[in-house]
Design a protein around this ligand. Structure first.
Ligand code: HEM
Length: 138
């Protein structure tokens, strides 16, 4: 079971990280076609979101090593629901995002948040299995 969960974690983390890497490889392309055209407020929000994402991703590795699946679940849920961006956007900012950024950006972002949701799900199951095993040994 441990091996299965480890494989599941890798299967979710690696594509999520490679999505991010891919996005940043194409950063110049995205910049030329959109990000630089965002209003300063929206661009600042994006930047804050990225920093929160970086902190979240960095917290997952030590949580995994120490078997803290509850923390992984919480972090994955925050990534899924977006730390700041989606939660503090006004209706006109949503329209701005969709008109300024290429559809490729929106698709990658949706896929990224979907994968974070999958990680949240796997972490939740792992937490339940751990609780079950703990009570079995009692
Ligand atoms: C593990 C996931 C990710 C991490 C850790 C991450 C991290 C970062 C960081 C640290 C920056 C620089 C922010 C700054 O100093 O202003 C950045 C910029 C950026 N990221 Fe991400 N990112 C991730 C995923 C994504 C995804 C999924 C997208 C879009 C689909 C994306 C799009 C961008 C763009 C467009 C910028 C440039 C923003 C600008 O120049 O104003 N990133 N990211």
């Amino acid at each position: 079971m441990k091996i299965f969960i480890s494989i599941a974690l890798l299967a979710i983390l690696l594509p999520a990280m490679s999505y991010a890497e891919d996005v940043h490889k194409h950063k110049e392309h995205v910049k030329a076609s959109g990000v630089e055209a965002l209003s300063p407020d929206l661009r600042n929000l994006l930047s804050e979101e990225m920093k929160a994402l970086q902190d979240g991703m960095m917290s997952i590795i030590p949580a995994y090593v120490s078997g803290n699946w509850g923390e992984i679940e919480t972090t994955a849920e925050k990534i899924k629901s977006s730390y700041i961006l989606k939660q503090s956007l006004t209706e006109s900012e949503v329209k701005e995002l969709h008109s300024v950024l290429p559809s490729e950006f929106i698709e990658k972002d949706q896929r990224f948040h979907y994968l974070a949701g999958m990680l949240e799900h796997a972490a939740k199951i792992k937490t339940r299995i751990n609780k079950f095993l703990f009570f079995q040994n009692d």
